[in-house]
Design a protein. Structure first.
Length: 270
């Protein structure tokens, strides 16, 4: 279970570049839940994932995961509990190492590493079996450098690496945004299969309204560092892509109206 309680984060405080990225955000995610986070650029959705991952420490509030208070844990410490897939298909892997070597490192995440090489024959067979489930024909290429693969192939393998040890939390940060439509659809299918099979607690950020309504059991819309809408239960079940787009339009209209209202008030009351 993930518990986020009243977290805030301000970058460059007290300077002209001050950005209040997260403002009193609270979320509780039960084990096995799949939460989709949407929002405009700068809404705080990726910042929220970074806060949970430990990319930076929050200014205020608490973060708990699987019974641990991880608020002050480093990113390295949190990696024992958290798997993550980034937007860039070339992040999260070592391009000059082989497919097998990258996956072997993922299989030993959080474990002590001695001087001995861990890519045993038994592990190679296990790697091939798991890679075969991707249906990409990569099981016969496990000695190829992972950097020679296409973006879709690499992202599929990164997803496999992130979920290898069934993490307490899986973070997906727009992990199909840089892919062509065919590859994106393939990676989304794998995402759904892996999360359903292993019942992984998941936070996924996306710009795709179609992905938002097709995946997960809860949708959170963020705006200016706050949770604006939290759709779950029957409301989530009924939502369609056009409903989400309508909510975005409402935000845009309100943003456009605010300066005019402020100007009117100033003229009337100054």
């Amino acid at each position: 279970m993930l518990e986020i309680a009243n977290i805030t984060k301000t970058f460059h405080p007290g300077t002209p570049n001050e950005v209040r990225a997260l403002r009193d955000v609270s979320l509780r995610l039960e084990a096995g839940s799949f939460l989709i986070i949407i929002g405009t650029n700068g809404s705080g959705k990726s910042t929220l994932l970074n806060a949970v991952a430990g990319t930076f420490l929050v200014d205020e509030g608490q973060i708990g995961l699987a019974g641990h208070s991880i608020t002050r844990w480093s990113e390295h410490q949190r990696a024992k509990l958290i798997g993550r897939v980034f937007q860039n298909p070339f992040s999260g892997t070592a391009p000059n190492m082989s497919i097998a070597e990258n996956l072997a490192l993922a299989a030993r995440r959080g474990q002590p590493r001695g001087l001995g090489w861990g890519l045993t024959r038994k592990l190679r067979q296990e790697l091939q079996a798991r890679i075969r489930t991707l249906n990409m024909g990569l099981e016969s290429r496990i000695d190829n450098p992972i950097g020679t693969l296409s973006g879709g192939q690499r992202q599929a393998l990164t997803l496999l690496m992130a979920s290898w040890l069934k993490p307490e939390l899986l973070l997906l940060d727009e992990h199909t945004a840089a892919l062509d439509p065919k590859s994106a659809d393939q990676v989304i299918r794998l995402t759904h299969e892996i999360i359903q099979r292993d019942r992984l607690t998941t936070l996924m950020v996306t710009h795709s309204m179609q992905q938002a309504v097709n995946l997960g059991n809860r949708i959170v819309m963020m705006h200016r560092g706050r949770v604006l809408h939290d759709l779950q239960g029957p409301e989530r079940a009924r939502v369609r892509p056009e409903d989400l787009l309508k909510r975005f339009d409402e935000v845009r209209r309100r943003e456009q109206l605010d300066p005019a209202v402020a100007d009117m008030l100033q003229k009337n009351y100054v």
